[in-house]
Ligand binder design. Structure first.
Ligand code: SF4
Ligand code: SF4
Length: 142
């Protein structure tokens, strides 16, 4: 009992074990899995990383004219699990994981913007699929 009281008093005056992330930058740890790095020239656009990402921190939107994909990454949703790096095909190796964590977030609306992008990622891909289909039909019927 006395030991618990002493511990409680000690804890009152000791530094908290937690930090106010993402407002404060997280400390580095040599073994930590951190931010995801993307090398666009290596990407083969298989979209596997988007499919496996548990919190949806990777998104691809698609251009309705060129059908090209654009990669988007949200470091504040990322849980640093490394699944995206694991599934990225060996022949591409377009993703890697640094030991850096996300810098403090200055945009408090960042996740709202991200959820809009999430909708666009779904809609743009569906529309591109339909556009490709109708273009193919046009060619076949010409
Ligand atoms: S490390 Fe995990 S959470 Fe972060 S982008 Fe990759 S799959 Fe998603
Ligand atoms: S898994 Fe790798 S190659 Fe496939 S889309 Fe993602 S980054 Fe590109």
């Amino acid at each position: 009992m006395i030991k618990s009281i002493l511990n409680a008093i000690k804890n009152l005056f000791s530094k908290p074990a937690t930090i106010n992330y993402p407002l404060v930058k997280a400390p580095k740890n040599g073994e930590a899995r951190g931010l995801i790095l993307f090398e666009e020239p290596k990407c083969i656009w298989c979209l596997r990383c988007e499919e496996v990402c548990p919190p949806g921190a990777i998104l691809f939107t698609q251009d309705r004219s060129s059908f090209n994909y654009t990669y988007h990454y949200n470091p504040y949703l990322c849980i640093y699990c490394g699944e995206c790096v694991r599934v990225c095909p060996d022949k591409a190796q377009a993703l890697s994981q640094s030991i850096e964590f996300a810098p403090p977030c200055i945009d408090i609306n960042m996740n709202d913007t991200w959820f809009e992008l999430e909708k666009e990622a779904v809609v743009s891909k569906e529309e591109c699929k339909e556009l490709k289909k109708s273009k193919k039909e046009e060619i076949l019927n010409a």
